[in-house]
Design a protein. Structure first.
Lengths: 487, 432
């Protein structure tokens, strides 16, 4: 679909790419229904709190160095600035750079909801610019400012004359999408529309969209083999760096959900190819991904050489550890950019996936295709029970209670503890590079073994805590509160 | 009116959900956008019986904004009662329903005859910060749940202190306050933390008095209880940290409760003996640590700014630089709090500023002459600015990233010792 960079508003994932948050069935059925267009998401008449898209949007942008985020809304919305401050400082320190990004709120009060506060916002923008001279300014709305119709676009247009760095309105009304990943698209849209400039010259660089760049040093080393230089986005990016990403040879991403919009946008607007393979997690993922980078950048020979060398080191070790993993049963709950990728890796390692939860599901990606991770599983005859639930903990617990798997894998803060309370060992797949390449696939396999070998912590805790759900709930089918699901 | 909130130190009123979370087996039901709970929670002891992932939420969408979310709220409450095993369900409203005009009170009233109590509090983000949200939750309990009791339990006193979770030390502090109150012969009753919860809420009306230990938070709650439940209150504005203030605190409470002063003095004497046994052993360290200037600043809410200032001046003999209060203290309490800062040993008066703009605070800290390496007790935001001054930094107020606290506390005699341990654990890391 066409990306319109002239409008500051991004359509939600639901409207743009038919994403859903409610489904229970099997992977095969989910894919089949996606392909023939019959998939309709369900809503719930009971739900638990999940995540706000503004966290994803502004979390991404605020990782850029030396910029300003102005979050126009009540103090609760902008409290994310506290976490941002910490993260920016520690991430910059690790990398050996400085980051003076500021994330401010506007502490909107009741009067503002009646009389509006665009004039105050205007002054705040100018004051932030005066105090910090940021390299770019992002002005975000919130639920409250969205509903009362504060015209942040006009305010931004109005101050443009007085500010000589990129400034852009970012529309982050939390109610507009249940899919927080829409926030990633919002941040990419803001970067594409306000910072990225048309290419002047091609460079040997690859745009690498990720979260916290933990594998940065080793990926730089890997890419040296191919005479390529990765540019990691957006954590510790500079505005100057971002202005040149249209000059790269390709864009890739550690998570399809995270990078899809930017990748497609750069391809559509500036012809930068977007690497659309399964992700570089596990063996098949890493190899498929590397080969595609080789093909797109015309470096296939070097890539094959690297793969051959590395296989020799790691494949025997991975084969060895697989023997110990065989027969384990796992449930996993993650964003769709990871659920179907990690399912593939688990399958590769000989671990049986008994149920996979995706926090949402994109029927198709920006280019109209079914997500490659799904396609791969189907083509390889992998099927399992699957559901789509936006971190609905009561559904996860119902599933864990019924299946009592050997292992629960999850990626979002606050989710693994509940598996442990159920007595199920949990692996927190927090770092996006935890299963990257051969090396981390091996490490991942080892962490699974470690988690299963010493179950003391979860057993100690599970024995002594009561779970917060009623017996009644555990007796219900997991789709109890899904509406329009039951035919 | 909207203002520049630079490096903010509080959340919005919906942060009152953490107050509910601090009451064992009470659960907030959020009538709000899907991500408010996650945003307003911290990873500081949040994975208890209920965590934000468990909180039912109407997860308001675009359709609800247009047509209202009343129906969704009803099914959410109805099913929360079936799915979640709680003793008390407190519906909290976010910004959206209050702007579009959902009648939350009416929906909640439909659950009057439910097996478990369901009440609601208005906590829209634009109504104030989370200190205010905390008061709103307690107000809801007073107004919608508690009934006046003719029967009083002798010596029973409800203790109220600052805001759970916003205050890193809330759990330890309230337990220590209970312990001290019990030692002078009273029966403490608090509603927060392990093993308390609804049975303690039920005891509130039977108390002889309410004891509020806070500069301003919950004063309105005390007035409400006085009016509705006929419970008088003692407002002790200073969080007692260390021997000087704690002894003063015990005397005040003893006097208010009519406890014979010799009983109180006996308790005080025992504590002070041990306290000064410790101080005496470490006095050389306090005097001879080369890298500690005498001057300090606290950047915190009114509670810690006042409590720590009194402790460092009256117990340890340190000298004040400017103190900052960052909780957006309501105007009508500011004079009273300033007066407390003027009430220090040797007629020392603290210059105190009510300021929510951290840019200004940091500029003042940077431009002040501390006559050496300063001691700055504050939020994580003060770490970098203190480093610039080669000072000593301790993270005692929100946001906290530099310290893990399970049930440690700064209140009382023991709390003062803990604070000294923390301060000097930082100081000893440098020689000169």
């Amino acid at each position: 679909m066409a990306i319109n960079l002239n409008n500051s508003n991004v359509a939600t994932r639901e409207n743009r790419i038919g994403s859903i948050t409610g489904y229970i069935g099997t992977l095969g059925d989910l894919a089949k229904q996606s392909e023939c267009g019959t998939l309709k998401g369900c809503s719930r008449c009971f739900s638990q709190s999940s995540t706000c898209l503004s966290g994803c949007a502004l979390g991404q942008l605020s990782a850029i160095r030396d910029i300003a985020i102005i979050h126009h809304g009540p103090a609760g919305c902008s409290i994310a600035g506290a976490g941002t401050y910490y993260l920016d400082k520690v991430m910059a320190k690790k990398r050996g750079v400085t980051n003076n990004t500021v994330y401010v709120g506007t502490d909107m009060n009741e009067k503002d909801t009646i009389f509006g506060s665009t004039e105050a916002l205007r002054k705040i923008i100018l004051e932030v610019n005066r105090r910090y001279s940021p390299k770019a300014i992002f002005v975000s709305s919130s639920c409250a400012t969205g509903i009362i119709g504060e015209d942040i676009d006009s305010v931004v247009d109005d101050v443009k004359e007085e500010i000589d760095v990129p400034i852009v309105a970012v529309h982050c009304e939390g109610f507009k999408s249940r899919i927080w990943a829409t926030g990633f698209d919002i941040s990419d849209h803001a970067v594409l529309s306000s910072i990225v400039k048309p290419p002047k010259q091609k460079r040997n660089t690859i745009n690498f969209k990720n979260f916290y760049e933990s594998a940065r040093p080793e990926i730089i080393e890997i890419f040296k083999n191919f005479d390529l230089e990765p540019i990691f986005l957006y954590c510790n990016s500079t505005v100057e760096e971002l202005s040149h990403i249209s000059e790269s040879l390709a864009t890739t991403c550690i998570c399809g959900t995270l990078g899809n919009y930017l990748g497609n946008g750069l391809e559509e607007k500036y012809g930068v190819p977007y690497i659309r393979t399964i992700n570089p997690l596990g063996i098949a993922g890493f190899e498929t991904w590397l080969r595609e980078i080789g093909r797109v950048t015309d470096r296939s020979e070097k890539v094959e050489k690297y793969i051959a060398e590395q296989r020799e080191i790691y494949i025997p070790q991975i084969e060895e550890i697989k023997k110990e993993l065989k027969g384990l049963r796992a449930v996993l709950g993650m964003g769709p950019g990871y659920t179907f990728e990690v399912s593939r890796v688990l399958n590769e390692l000989g671990i049986e996936v008994v149920w996979a939860l995706a926090w949402h599901y994109d029927k198709k990606y920006e280019n109209g295709d079914v997500p490659p991770s799904m396609k791969y599983l189907l083509e390889n005859d992998v099927d399992f029970e699957a559901s789509v639930a936006d971190q609905q903990n009561y559904e996860v617990m119902n599933i864990l209670h019924k299946y009592q798997p050997d292992l629960y894998l999850s990626r979002h803060p606050g989710s693994t503890v509940w598996a442990i309370k159920n007595g199920t060992p949990a692996v927190y797949v927090a770092d996006e590079y935890m299963i990257f390449g051969y090396k981390h696939t091996l490490e991942f396999a080892k962490s699974i073994l470690d988690s299963i070998h010493n179950r003391s912590f979860e057993q100690n805790l599970a024995k002594r805590v009561k779970l917060p759900y009623t017996d009644w709930w555990y007796q219900q089918n997991v789709d109890k509160f899904l509406e329009e699901a039951k035919k | 009116m909207a203002k520049l909130l630079d490096k903010q130190r509080y959340k919005c009123a919906l942060g009152g959900m953490q107050t509910v979370q601090a009451i064992s087996r009470a659960i907030p039901i959020l009538h709000s956008g899907p991500g408010c709970a996650q945003k307003l929670s911290d990873s500081i002891g949040s994975s208890g019986y209920f965590s934000p992932n468990i909180f039912p939420c109407t997860s308001i969408n675009e359709k609800d904004v247009v047509f209202g979310g009343v129906k969704k709220l009803e099914t959410t409450i109805e099913n929360a009662l079936k799915v979640i095993d709680a003793d008390l369900y407190i519906v909290l409203t976010g910004c959206i329903p209050e702007i579009v005009g959902d009648d939350t009170g009416e929906v909640v009233s439909r659950f009057e005859n439910a097996e478990k109590p369901v009440i609601y509090a208005s906590t829209a983000g634009f109504k104030g910060n989370n200190y205010k949200g905390h008061e709103q939750v307690i107000d809801a309990i007073i107004e919608q749940y508690l009934e006046k009791s003719d029967e009083k339990e002798q010596g029973l006193v409800n203790i109220w202190a600052d805001v759970p979770y916003q205050d890193l030390f809330w759990l330890g502090n309230i337990r220590e306050l209970e312990k001290l109150i019990a030692e002078i012969g009273l029966k403490p009753n608090t509603i927060f933390g392990y093993g308390h919860g609804i049975k303690n809420i039920d005891r509130i009306p039977k108390a002889e008095f309410n004891l509020l230990v806070s500069p301003w938070v919950s004063v309105e709650n005390m007035k409400k209880m006085e009016k509705k439940l006929g419970i008088p209150y003692l407002h002790y504005p200073t969080l007692p940290i260390g021997a000087f203030e704690t002894s003063k605190f015990l005397r005040s409470v003893g006097k208010f409760a009519g406890i014979p002063s010799e009983n109180v003095e006996k308790v005080i004497t025992e504590h002070e003996k041990y306290y000064y046994y410790l101080i005496e052993r470490y006095a050389d360290m306090f005097l001879e640590t080369r890298v500690m200037a005498k001057q300090f600043s606290v950047v915190a809410d009114a509670q810690y700014s006042l409590g720590i200032t009194k402790f460092l001046v009256n117990d340890l003999g340190l000298v004040l630089a400017k103190q900052f209060i960052t909780d957006d203290t309501p105007k009508n309490f500011q004079e009273q709090i300033k007066a407390e800062f003027a009430n220090l040993n040797y007629g020392i008066k603290a210059e105190v500023e009510f300021e929510t703009d951290s840019y200004k605070i940091h500029n003042e800290i940077l431009s002040h002459d501390y006559h050496g390496y300063p001691l700055i007790l504050g939020s994580y935001y003060e770490k970098e600015v203190t480093e610039k001054l080669f000072g000593h930094y301790l993270n005692i107020s929100f946001p906290v990233q530099d310290k893990v606290v399970l049930d440690n506390f700064y209140v009382g005699y023991t709390g003062g010792i803990r604070l000294i341990e923390d301060i000097y654990s930082v100081a000893v890391q440098r020689w000169n």
